[in-house]
Design a protein around this ligand. Sequence first.
Ligand SMILES: *Cc1c(COP(=O)(O)O)cnc(C)c1O
Length: 457
Amino acid sequence: MTAAIKRNSTAELQALDRQHLHPFTDNAELAKIGSRVIAKAEGTYLFDSDGNKMLDAFAGLWCVNIGYGRKSMAQVGYDQLLELPYYNTFFKTTHPPVAELTKLLVDMTPKQFNHVFYGLSGSDANDTIVRMVRTYWNLKKQPTKKTIISRWNGYHGSTMVAASLGGMNYMHALADLPLPGHAHIRQPYWYGDGGDMSPDEFGKVAAKALEDKILELGAENVAAFIGEPIQGAGGVIIPPATYWPEIQKICKKYDLLLIADEVICGFGRTGYMFASEYFNIEADFMTLAKGLTSGYMPLSAIMVADRVAEVLNSCGDFNHGFTYSGHPVSCAVAIENIRIIREEKLVERVHSETGPYLAKRLEEFRDHPLVGEVRSLGFVGAIELVKDKKARKTFEPIGQTGTICRDHCVKNGLIMRATRDTMLMSPPLMWTNAHIDEFMKLAKVALDATAKDVGVK
Ligand SMILES: *Cc1c(COP(=O)(O)O)cnc(C)c1O
């Protein structure tokens, strides 16, 4: 094996990193203050380049479902690199890892999914789905069905098409998005927008926005609806129980394809292997990435329903693909990842033991002066910070309090993310109840310090 790697000091690394343009970062500011350097990880702990230890309550970026430092994952990757580091899957070719992963995914996903297309990221997968949707309606001789409807504040990735599907104003604004052929409707955000309605009433109202938009555009012009079963980056927005059944009904009524973006929800995040099972969503496409490899290697998979695949397979060559579609090392690592999830019963544990325990402990924060709402399903959760709990009044400008709280978390050795003023968590599925207790202690310190800073008592 190789000798220990000699590393540069933190200051040296920050200097070396100065020319690196980071994603979702104010790079001018970063050049002045220097990057945070994460040097190592083990289990659910991160270590920065100065040796500080932090509890990662975010699983990297919603993805390290099995936790860090799994030796068998490294071994499988190493073995595959020696055996066949690369070969393509174009032109009627395959290799063992991609064939075996395909069978696994077909067997474990909902029954209508018996076809898989591979990419490298959630973004390119959603981009590919849009191409498939267009191909589908062209082949069905309904070429006017082109517009795809999605939600404001949804997140579907960062390519031009994926960012157009997404409903992030701050992404659209920079590059004249969305592209033509995209339309957005309101999100099912009960705490923020539900007013006096019960969650169930509000769920139906939010879903009705889809029907209104279809009627506005004309059903003959609308191709599909895409949504995350639970919006992740938008602030862990868990729709009321009435929402998805209504969406499903509307898609059927107006002949829309339904796309479930399970990039975050898939592979156990919600205590179900896929959130489509929990919400009873019968989609035509399912986007998978993140938890598919637990982030150890880049890979995405698009599950295509039979009724769509039958049509797509009638077009002759499907002229689309990436050099690394079905990369053998990524596929081998995905197989091992799924094996670990199953062998350690991580989904079952989150479903019946650790997920309910986390939900119960998070409830304690409801009494905190700064906390308007807590919500979670399985191991995806949010703590929403407000200025006035009774009036559900947010801070102005929105976002500063969340940033203050996030900084207190980091100072304290806890990684959470802030969206607006909502603290988000998505821990590795291997957390035990003891990890949850540790999280609660650290989060409480950060919440108290934040309340003090912003003057909420
Ligand atoms: C992260 C994410 C994507 C984009 O995946 P990338 O691998 O970052 O391109 C798409 N959809 C959802 C729901 C995501 O959370």
